[in-house]
Design a protein around this ligand. Structure first.
Ligand SMILES: Cc1cc2nc3c(=O)[nH]c(=O)nc-3n(C[C@H](O)[C@H](O)[C@H](O)COP(=O)(O)OP(=O)(O)OC[C@H]3O[C@@H](n4cnc5c(N)ncnc54)[C@H](O)[C@@H]3O)c2cc1C
Length: 349
C-alpha cells in the first residue's frame, strides 16, 4: 500500500489517540522500526523523536482503513450489500469432543480444540492467546502458547483488553514459523492491514487468524474491583467463569450471579465503540457464543480456515451441527454486526 509518509503525531496521535478511537491494539508499537513508541496504559506513547517513516499509519486498524481493498486482498472480492457480517464460505455450530477442553472453555471450546488440533498435527508451532493472570482473575495476559498445556490453560473468555498483537514480537524472537493468532476484531484488522502493507517480517509466521466476536471489552478496575468486589461483595478469586448471555453471568463458586448488561456496560471501554467490526470479518475463522449454550457459532471465511476446520471435524476433534438449526443465533449475529457498524459510523461523524 502506498501512502504519503506521515509522522505518528500527525496521524495516529492526532486522529486516533486524541479522538478516543485508539483501541490499544499496539500494532504501531510492534512495527515502529525505530522503537519510538512504547505501550503505556493501553495506548502508544511516543518516547523518541518520530522519524516519519509512516509505518504506524499503514498498520493502525483505526486510521484510514481500506476495507474494500483489504477484502479483495483476503477474499479476492468485496462483500455484497447483503453480507451483513462479512464474506464467508460456511457457517456451523461446533463443540470440542475433549472433556478437558469443555471444562475450561467459554462456549463450545471450538477455538481451543482447533488450536490443539493444529498444534498436535504440526500445522502450527505456537499460538498467540490470552491467559488469565493468577493474582488478578480474568485479567488477560497476552501469551505465546508453545505447548498443548499452554493452549488448554488459555481457554475461556477474558472480557478485558488483551494486546495479543504485542506478543508477535516474542514469536519472532523464538523464530516460530507457523503461528495461530487468536484476537478480537480490531486485532484481526490490524494483522490484515500489516499483511496488506507488505510487512512480512511480522506477518509471515501467521498461518491462521481466529477472530472472536466482540461487542466491546470492559475496564477491569471498574467491573471486577468497583462492581463485583465493591458493590456485589464478591471476591474476584471466587469467580470461576464470566459469560454474557443476554446478561453478564458470573459463576461464583457453584452459584450464578447476574449483572444486567445495562449495568455492566457502564464499564465498557469507550474506544471499542469506534470499532465497526463485531464478528472479526477478516479472520480465517470467526467464533462467537451468540446466546448458545455449550456450542460455538463458527463462521468459516477463507480456504485456510476451511481446511483447518474440516480436518479437525474429520478427525473427530470437534463435533458440528448445521448453523441453520439456530436461527436466533444467526439473527443475533446480523443484528449485532449492523448495530456495531452503525454506532461506529455515527461516532466517527
Ligand atoms: C472481549 C471479548 C468480547 C466478546 N464478546 C462477544 C459477544 O459480544 N458476542 C459473542 O457471541 N461472542 C463474544 N465473544 C466471544 C466468546 O466469548 C468466545 O470467545 C467464543 O464464542 C469462542 O468460544 P470457545 O468456547 O470456542 O473458545 P475457547 O475454546 O474458550 O477459547 C477462547 C480463546 O480466546 C482467547 N481469549 C480469551 N480472552 C481473550 C481476549 N480478551 N483477547 C484475545 N483473546 C482472548 C483465549 O486465550 C482462547 O484461546 C467475546 C470474546 C471476547 C474476548
Amino acid at each position: 500500500m502506498k501512502t504519503a509518509k506521515v509522522s505518528f503525531e500527525d496521524s495516529i496521535a492526532e486522529a486516533v489517540v486524541k479522538t478516543g478511537k485508539c483501541v490499544g491494539c499496539g500494532t504501531c508499537v510492534l512495527t515502529c522500526p525505530f522503537n519510538c513508541l512504547e505501550y503505556i496504559e493501553e495506548k502508544p506513547s511516543i518516547v523518541k523523536e518520530c522519524k516519519v517513516c509512516g509505518i504506524c499509519a499503514q498498520v493502525c486498524p483505526q486510521y484510514d482503513f481500506p476495507l474494500s481493498k483489504i477484502e479483495s486482498f483476503v477474499f479476492g472480492r468485496e462483500r455484497k450489500s447483503d453480507e451483513a457480517f462479512g464474506i464467508y464460505r460456511r457457517l456451523a455450530l461446533a463443540r470440542a469432543t475433549d472433556k478437558q477442553i469443555l471444562q475450561k472453555c467459554q462456549d463450545g471450546g471450538a477455538v481451543t480444540a482447533l488450536l490443539l488440533f493444529a498444534f498436535e498435527n504440526g500445522i502450527t508451532d505456537g499460538a498467540i492467546v490470552a491467559k488469565s493472570e493468577l493474582e488478578k482473575p480474568f485479567y488477560p495476559q497476552p501469551t505465546l502458547a508453545t505447548t498443548a498445556n499452554d493452549i488448554l490453560q488459555s481457554a475461556g473468555t477474558k472480557y478485558f483488553y488483551s494486546p495479543n498483537i504485542l506478543t508477535i514480537a516474542k514469536a519472532l524472537e523464538r523464530r516460530l514459523m507457523k503461528l495461530a493468532f487468536v484476537g478480537t476484531p480490531c486485532q484481526i484488522r490490524a494483522v490484515r492491514k500489516m499483511q496488506f502493507a507488505g510487512l512480512k517480517k511480522y506477518t509471515a509466521p501467521i498461518r491462521h487468524l481466529i477472530g472472536l466476536a466482540c461487542s466491546e471489552c470492559f475496564i477491569y478496575d471498574g467491573l471486577m474491583k468497583e462492581h463485583v468486589a465493591g458493590k456485589l461483595g464478591v471476591n474476584p478469586k471466587r469467580v470461576r467463569k464470566v459469560n454474557i448471555k443476554g446478561k453478564m453471568l458470573l459463576t461464583v463458586d457453584s452459584e450464578t450471579v447476574a449483572i444486567p448488561l445495562t449495568e455492566a456496560k457502564q464499564y465498557a471501554r469507550k474506544s471499542c465503540h469506534f470499532c465497526e467490526d463485531f464478528s472479526s470479518e477478516l479472520a480465517d475463522i470467526s467464533v462467537g457464543g451468540l446466546g448458545l449454550e455449550g456450542w460455538t457459532f463458527v463462521i468459516i471465511r477463507t480456504q485456510q480456515g476451511e481446511e483447518l476446520f474440516s480436518n479437525a471435524e474429520e478427525a473427530g476433534t470437534i463435533t458440528t451441527k448445521e448453523a441453520s438449526t439456530e436461527t436466533n443465533a444467526l439473527n443475533l449475529l446480523i443484528k449485532l454486526s449492523v448495530k456495531k457498524r452503525t454506532v461506529a459510523k455515527e461516532l466517527a461523524k
